[in-house]
Design a protein around this ligand. Structure first.
Ligand code: GLC
Ligand code: CA
Length: 509
C-alpha cells in the first residue's frame, strides 16, 4: 500500500459543481486549484475527482469519449497537470476517476466496432454474433449498426461494455479473458493509467470495478484480472493508490485494491446508518446489522482499507434523513472509524439534497446531490459569475442555505465540528486509517454504539449515542481523558457507563 494512504483524508469533488472561474456556469479545474487551500485547511489532504474527460455527458462524464483528453469545459490537460503540481506543493494527492468498464457510444473505438468489416476494434466491446441472439442476464443494444450482432451495455444503454472476456466462454461469440480482444482492451486501460500517472496523478477511483469480466458471478475472473493489473502497477507506479467502487472489500482487497468503499448498494448495511426511514444516526435505528456485516467483511479482508464515505454523487446527501445533531454524531463516527475517510464536497457544511430537480446529465434522482457548492453570500453563493439560469444546476434556493463563509465565522458550525474532528483524528494515532478496531457494544435497535480504536500503543474508546435517551453499557476498565466531546460527557460507576442523550465522546482508555 502506498505510504501516503496512512493518513489520507479524501475530499470528493464533482467538478461540474465546485467552482466556476470563467462564468460559463460549470465548475472547472482552475476553480479546483483556487479552492485547494480551503480543502487543506479543512484537514483533507487528498482529492477524488469525478470523471473530467471528454464526454457527451449523458452520464455526467461516466460515458468517456476520449480517455486521454480533459473535457474542454473543465480546461486542458495542462490545467490538470497544474492541479497535480499545486496539490503536491500543499502535500496533497489527487485521484482521478477511471471508468474501465464501458465508454460513451460516441467513442471512436465504438464507432469502429459497429462496422461490419473486421478492424482493430471489432473485439473491443462485447457483441453477440447475430442481432437476434440476445444473451440471458445482460442488457444489450441492437438494430443500429451495420455489424450483425447485439452489443452488451453496462449501465445506461448508451454505455457499451468494453470486452475483458468471459470467465467460462460458453458460446462462440464469448471470448476468453486471454483472447487477443480482451487482452488489447486491458493493455489500453493500462496505457490510460500510465498516461495520467506519468503526468502527476496519484491514483484512481475505479468505477464499477467488480464488473469487468462477464458471466463471472463470484467475480473470480475480475479479481484475477485486477491482480494482473496490480502486479504491473506495483512495479511501474508503486505510489499509485487505487480505490474501487465495488462495495465488497473481501473481494476487492483480494483483487489488490488498496481501498474499497462501503456503499448504498452491496451487503454492508451502510444505508441503515445514514439513509433510511429509521437511520441509526437519526436516533432510533439499528447499527447492529451494519456491525455484523462489517465484522464479517473485516475477517475476510485482512489488508487494505475499508472506507465509509459521508456520501457521494450517487446518493442523497447526509442531511436528508438526519437531524443536525445526528449529522454531527455521524461525522464523529465517520472520522473515528478505520479506513480512509471520504468527504463528499459540501457535506462539511451540511448542504442539502434538493428534491424534484429535473434530471441533469443522467443524474435522475441523483441530481439533487450534485448542486453547486455554496461558498459565500455573493451571487450564486460564489460558485459562478454566470447568470443564474446558466448554472449547471440551480443553487439551493433556501434563505438559510449553509455557506462556507458563514460557517467558518461561526465557532459552533458543522464546518468547525468536522474540522475539529479531523484534528482530533490526526492528533491520535489510534484513530488513524490503519489503527485497529474492536466493537465493544452494538445492541440491536438500541444505543449506544461503542468501539475501541488502538494504534501505536494508544487506545481510544468511541461512544456514540444519537438517541434521545440516556443509555448505558457495561465497561469495567474505567475512562481516561475525554479527547473529543459533543453533548454531555459519560460517567462510569460499578462497571457501567452512563451515556447522555445525543452525545458523542472519545475517551483515552
Ligand atoms: C458508478 C458511478 C455512477 C455512474 C455509473 C456508471 O456507479 O458512480 O455515477 O453512473 O457507475 O458508470
Ligand atoms: Ca467554467
Amino acid at each position: 500500500m502506498p505510504a501516503w494512504l496512512k493518513d489520507a483524508i479524501f475530499y470528493e469533488i464533482y467538478p461540474q459543481s465546485f467552482q466556476d472561474t470563467n462564468a460559463d456556469g460549470i465548475g472547472d479545474i482552475p476553480g479546483i486549484i483556487r479552492r485547494l487551500d480551503y480543502i487543506r485547511e479543512l484537514g483533507c489532504n487528498a482529492l477524488w475527482l469525478n470523471p473530467c474527460f471528454a464526454s457527451p455527458f449523458l452520464d455526467a462524464g461516466y460515458d468517456v469519449a476520449d480517455y486521454y483528453t480533459v473535457a474542454p469545459r473543465y480546461g486542458t490537460n495542462e490545467d490538470l497537470k497544474n492541479l497535480f503540481a499545486e496539490a503536491h506543493k500543499r502535500g496533497m494527492h489527487v485521484l482521478l476517476d477511471l471508468v474501465p468498464g464501458h465508454t460513451a457510444a460516441e467513442h471512436p473505438w465504438f464507432r469502429e466496432s459497429c462496422k461490419a468489416e473486421k478492424n482493430p476494434y471489432t473485439d473491443r466491446y462485447v457483441w453477440t454474433d447475430d442481432v437476434w441472439r440476445i444473451p440471458e442476464g445482460m442488457n444489450t443494444i441492437r438494430g443500429f449498426s451495420e455489424r450483425d450482432g447485439a452489443c452488451v451495455v453496462n449501465f445506461f444503454s448508451h454505455q457499451p461494455a468494453l470486452n475483458y472476456g468471459f470467465l467460462n466462454p460458453a458460446e462462440s461469440w464469448q471470448q476468453s479473458m486471454d483472447a487477443p480482444g480482451p487482452q488489447a482492451t486491458l493493455a489500453e486501460m493500462k496505457n490510460v493509467m500510465a498516461f495520467w500517472l506519468s503526468m502527476g496523478c496519484d491514483g484512481f477511483r475505479v468505477d464499477m470495478a467488480g464488473s469487468l469480466v462477464k458471466n463471472d458471478p463470484e467475480q473470480e475472473g475480475t479479481i484475477a484480472l485486477w491482480r494482473q493489473v496490480f502486479a504491473w502497477l506495483e512495479k511501474a507506479f508503486p505510489e499509485a493508490a487505487m480505490v474501487s467502487e465495488w462495495g465488497e472489500p473481501d473481494r476487492s482487497l483480494r483483487a489488490g485494491f488498496h481501498m474499497d468503499f462501503l456503499l448504498h448498494f452491496g451487503p454492508s448495511h451502510y444505508n441503515d446508518l445514514f439513509r433510511c426511514d429509521n437511520a441509526f444516526f437519526a436516533g432510533n435505528g439499528d447499527a447492529s446489522a451494519f456491525v455484523k456485516a462489517y465484522e464479517a467483511t473485516r475477517a475476510k479482508a485482512e489488508q487494505g482499507l475499508i472506507c465509509i464515505p459521508s456520501g457521494n454523487h450517487d446518493m442523497q446527501r447526509l442531511t436528508t434523513h438526519l437531524p443536525e445533531d445526528g449529522v454531527r454524531i455521524a461525522f464523529a463516527f465517520l472520522l473515528s472509524m478505520p479506513g480512509a475517510p471520504f468527504l463528499y464536497y459540501g457535506d462539511e457544511i451540511g448542504m442539502r439534497y434538493l428534491w424534484n430537480l429535473p434530471s441533469k446529465e443522467g443524474g435522475y434522482s441523483r441530481t439533487g446531490a450534485r448542486t453547486p457548492m455554496q461558498w459565500d453570500r455573493t451571487a450564486n453563493a460564489g460558485f459562478s459569475a454566470a447568470a443564474p439560469e446558466k448554472l449547471y444546476l440551480p443553487m439551493d434556493p433556501a434563505e438559510d442555505r449553509p455557506t462556507v463563509e458563514a460557517q467558518m465565522a461561526d465557532p459552533d458550525s458543522l464546518y468547525q465540528e468536522v474540522r475539529h474532528l479531523i484534528e482530533v483524528r490526526r492528533a491520535n494515532p489510534a484513530l488513524g486509517n490503519l489503527g485497529k478496531l474492536r466493537f465493544v457494544y452494538a445492541p440491536e435497535n438500541a444505543c449506544p454504539l461503542v468501539y475501541l480504536r488502538e494504534g501505536e500503543g494508544e487506545r481510544v474508546l468511541v461512544i456514540l449515542n444519537p438517541s434521545e435517551k440516556t443509555v448505558t453499557f457495561p465497561w469495567t476498565e474505567g475512562l481516561g481523558k475525554r479527547i473529543y466531546g459533543q453533548g454531555g460527557a459519560a460517567s462510569v460507576e460499578n462497571g457501567t457507563v452512563t451515556v447522555p442523550a445525543k452525545s458523542a465522546s472519545f475517551y483515552r482508555v
